[in-house]
Design a binder for this molecule. Sequence first.
Ligand code: SAM
Length: 232
Amino acid sequence: MSFRASVITLFPDLFPGPLGASVIGRGMEKGAWSLEAHFLRDYASDKHRTVDDTPSGGGAGMVLRPDILAAALDDVAPADDRRPKILMSPRGKPLTQARVRALAEGPGAVIVCGRFEGIDQRVIEARNLEEVSIGDYVLAGGEVAAMVLLEAVVRLLPGVLGAAESHADESFENGLLEYPQYTRPQIFEGREIPEILTSGDHGRIERWRREQSEALTRQTRPDLWARYTQKP
Ligand code: SAM
């Protein structure tokens, strides 16, 4: 079974969007993964197809109703569906490459895209939604966040990236940021490719790349560096 993504959204027409392009889109065409976008308003019960209401206790904006979202979730992911149910949310756990990798090893994901002020807390608890954030900033809706998550996951699925585009050395895969990359021309605006990279000495090149990765991580991501150096 290939990875199956189901997205619940107020803007199904935004999908597949960038997920239909390049290696990710080709992966879908090849059957490595599939995507369904479900329109939340289809689960509303009134003639205006209302999905939100004013926040209890007052305040700005609107809140997505729990009953409508629960109906959508129960239809899209019945009780025997083993896929994790994820709510894109700025207050969720930050998305990491480790979580991305774990998702890529599973059967797929059901992803809820929020809008407005947020979602009624009771449906988050009742349907055991895992809140996931893509960073410490606030977007207008969860659709772009869901695409970020899916793009990161799908590129790890078997058969999506060719051998030439392997991800073994990439940033985060070994706890470090990736070393700097170079290609032709040999001299660009007076800057040369580091001599070592054209030396043909693979041992030295590997050591140089490791040193560059370490220096870059130490400088720009002290949080990652601390975790890396504390590793047993
Ligand atoms: N009132 C909410 C708060 O302060 O936490 C923000 C709601 S935001 C305007 C609307 C929706 O965008 C959220 O429900 C969520 O689905 C999505 N969203 C916004 N920022 C996000 C982030 N950093 N990561 C994941 N989803 C995000």
